[in-house]
Design a protein. Structure first.
Length: 259
């Protein structure tokens, strides 16, 4: 299995300014994420950034990094520039790891890469975990995914899907027994050929309505396969509360540190 990991790291962040360089037990967040990703089977891990300070931090910690344009509307567009810069062949597998995932499980990276290699008809693979709490099902910030019998994504939504008509007929907010609801996890593997074409794909009505970039691929007829993981991975860092949680976890568990 041969693949590379690219970590888009944009300097601007509304809720946590300078997020990629925030300190986590002595390491910048994006550096810690890259070290975790390097524990996967990736043959190459690199950071794609739009800021010289992030480029410098990567160099200080001996991590490969590329400077990319600052005007990319999405992280996927930034990956597309990396693919072009590196002249990757269309069949190359590129795993997108978000820079704010310092506790990412390297085995999950391997799983989405392997799933893409097993399915030549797929442009993208991702992963999802069972929803076990009603609050998650009804949370618009928790993206849900439904799949066919081959684990190909049929739809992603912020709405509670699938909808348990009978169990929720009274307007209650609960999990119906046996409901096959899954929480989408934002880890993706792409074929380089798809990434090259992505910037030319127009956002569709579904993407604009749900504000979910992956719907662009589905609307354009590309297949997305979903790796089912039995448990939720450690959450990323989006807020100051998340940052405090991860810092406390690293303080209590030094073995989590990646070398």
């Amino acid at each position: 299995m041969s693949f590379i990991v690219v970590i888009p790291a944009r300097a601007a962040s509304t809720r946590l300014p300078g997020k990629p360089l925030l300190d986590l037990a002595g390491l910048p967040m994006v550096v810690r994420t890259a070290r975790r990703a390097a524990q996967s089977g990736a043959r190459r891990v690199l950071i794609a950034t739009d800021h010289a300070d992030i480029l410098q931090a990567a160099a200080q910690h001996h991590i490969e990094a590329l400077m990319t344009r600052a005007d990319h509307p999405t992280g996927t567009d930034r990956l597309a520039e990396v693919v072009q810069t590196l002249s990757l062949p269309d069949e190359a597998v590129v795993v997108n790891v978000q820079g704010d995932e310092p506790l990412i499980d390297p085995r999950l990276i391997d799983a989405v890469a392997a799933l893409l290699q097993r399915h030549p008809d797929a442009a993208i693979t991702t992963c999802a975990a069972p929803i076990t709490q009603a609050d998650t099902l009804f949370d618009p910030n928790a993206v849900k995914v439904v799949c066919d019998h081959r684990q190909r994504a049929l739809y992603f939504s912020r709405a509670p899907i699938p909808w348990a008509r009978d169990a929720l007929a009274d307007g209650g907010r609960r999990l119906a027994p046996g409901l096959p609801a899954r929480h989408h996890i934002g880890l993706y593997a792409y074929r380089a050929g798809f990434l090259k074409s992505f910037p030319q794909l127009p956002p569709g009505q579904l993407e604009r309505t749900e504000s979910l970039e992956q719907l662009r691929a589905l609307e354009q007829g590309f297949s997305i396969y979903v790796h089912p993981t039995p448990t939720h991975p450690a959450a990323g860092v989006d807020t100051a509360q998340d940052l405090a949680r991860v810092r406390a976890l690293l303080d209590q568990n030094p073995a989590i540190d990646a070398h």
